[in-house]
Design a protein around this ligand. Structure first.
Ligand code: NAD
Length: 245
């Protein structure tokens, strides 16, 4: 590990030790080390060729107009039932267990924070693990969606929709408010694996009032200049080393 990176991880560790209400806010980059592609890296979904760009396919209007094509893409590119939590997920779960971390706020829909043992997970964009009949409200798990052919149907004949926030859809206000409160009360905010371009989620970090804003990302982000510590590295390696998992 390069010397500069080691020093930064050491500082991150010290800050963690001195903090008692850490909040983590993350995105797709948290799960790339688990084999789930993000959207904006060079090997991410936006740089692969499909008939339509991902933000078109996973939009509300596209889902309504063309559910077959939506589900073809969704099942093929957004469901990773065999993915396992990586060191980033495990480190955050450990910090919560130790009473140091109050919440994980995530833009991810993969459920890997819960799989790692985290309890207070605020899922801004929903979860692939929850699916509902749009006619009668009946709940279905991920397995049902995976095993269905084409568009999954309810026993009542209605269409099943994932409880995932599509483009053009609004965020759940209750979860947004809980996230704002958690960030306002945090004594340390760690932001990682997110390009910070998807709003309103990206705007959440503006609610942080403390002096320990840490950004961990492979690449530069638009908010690097406002951070107290910027660590360019793989988040699983960085958090794994800082927390010791
Ligand atoms: P994004 O794809 O826009 O950005 C990911 C960022 O993470 C990039 O800046 C990239 O450089 C960085 N990154 C990738 N791997 C990393 C690693 N190992 N360590 C550190 N940094 C790493 O993702 P976003 O900001 O979360 O926004 C995209 C939207 O896509 C979100 O709304 C999310 O709901 C959705 N999404 C979710 C998943 C998932 O659930 N795992 C996967 C893809 C997209």
């Amino acid at each position: 590990m390069e010397e500069n990176l080691e020093k930064k991880i050491e500082l991150l560790k010290q800050w963690m030790e001195q903090s008692g209400s850490i909040v983590f806010f993350g995105g797709a980059g948290v799960s790339t080390e688990s084999g789930i592609p993000d959207f904006r890296s060079v090997d991410g979904l936006y740089n692969q060729t499909y008939k339509y760009p991902p933000e078109t396919i996973i939009s509300h209007s596209f889902y309504v107009r063309n559910p077959q094509e939506f589900y073809r893409f969704y099942k093929d590119r957004m469901l990773f039932p065999d993915a396992k939590p990586n060191r980033a997920h495990l480190a955050l779960a450990k910090l919560e267990q130790e009473g140091k971390l109050t919440a994980v706020i995530t833009q991810n829909i993969d459920g890997l924070h819960q799989a790692a043992g985290s309890k207070e997970v605020l899922e801004l964009h929903g979860s692939v693990h929850r699916n509902y009949c749009t006619r009668c409200g009946q709940f279905y798990d991920l397995d049902y969606v995976l095993k269905s052919e084409g568009v999954p149907r309810c026993s009542c004949g209605g269409t099943i929709k994932p409880d995932v926030v599509l483009y053009e859809e609004g965020l759940d206000n209750r979860i947004l408010q809980k996230s704002v409160n958690a960030i306002r009360n945090a004594d340390m905010l760690i932001v990682g694996g997110t390009s910070l371009v998807v709003y309103p989620a990206a705007g959440l970090i503006d609610y942080y009032q403390g002096k320990r804003l840490v950004l961990i990302n492979k690449d530069k982000t638009a908010r690097d200049s406002m951070a107290d510590l910027v660590i360019n590295g793989k988040i699983g390696e960085v958090l794994g080393a800082a927390v010791g998992v």
